[in-house]
Design a protein around this ligand. Structure first.
Ligand SMILES: [Zn+2]
Length: 160
């Protein structure tokens, strides 16, 4: 049949056809709004209007190590940046005689920069991280935590 041939020549139309076949006889919730898509014709959720695609998934929690590392780096960034703002604000408008040492300010500045840079690199590395073995993944996540908390810990050891 010419129509069938045309359908298979276009991967997008082919995917839509497979989507229609897949949900024809299955109770399948829309991944966004939960609407039951069973027997739906077409590629948009009738409830929320989102475009639907048929996809291959995995049973492995592939994002856990990535999120763990991201939390470590973000913690370092948040700690250093917030304390830096606080210290600068106090020094300018706050208590008389409040003078943070150059070392303290440097540790906060470096901590914030390392945290921000680390988050940027970590996000770019997400797909590469997905390809390494599970143990190595968690090794990288641990390294991210170590990098994230190094300067906050040094700051806490310095401040009195
Ligand atoms: Zn929906």
């Amino acid at each position: 049949m010419p129509t069938d041939l045309a359908e298979h020549a276009d991967p997008a139309a082919d995917n839509d056809a497979m989507l229609t076949r897949f949900i024809a006889s299955r109770d399948t919730p829309c991944p966004v709004c939960g609407y039951n898509l069973r027997s739906l014709l077409g590629n948009r959720c009738p409830e929320c209007g989102r475009r639907l695609v048929l996809a291959v998934g995995t049973t492995e929690p592939r994002l856990a190590a990535f999120i763990a590392g991201l939390v470590g780096l973000s913690s370092g960034l948040g700690f250093s940046a917030l304390l830096l703002i606080y210290v600068l604000f106090e020094a300018m408008f706050g208590r008389r005689g409040f003078s943070p040492s150059l070392l303290e300010i440097t540790l906060l500045l470096v901590g914030a920069a390392v945290g921000a840079g680390g988050v940027a690199i970590w996000v770019r590395m997400r797909k590469r991280l997905g390809r390494v073995r599970e143990a190595a993944k968690w090794g990288w996540a641990g390294a991210a935590w170590l990098i994230g908390i190094t300067f906050p810990v040094l700051f806490l050891l310095t401040v009195r």
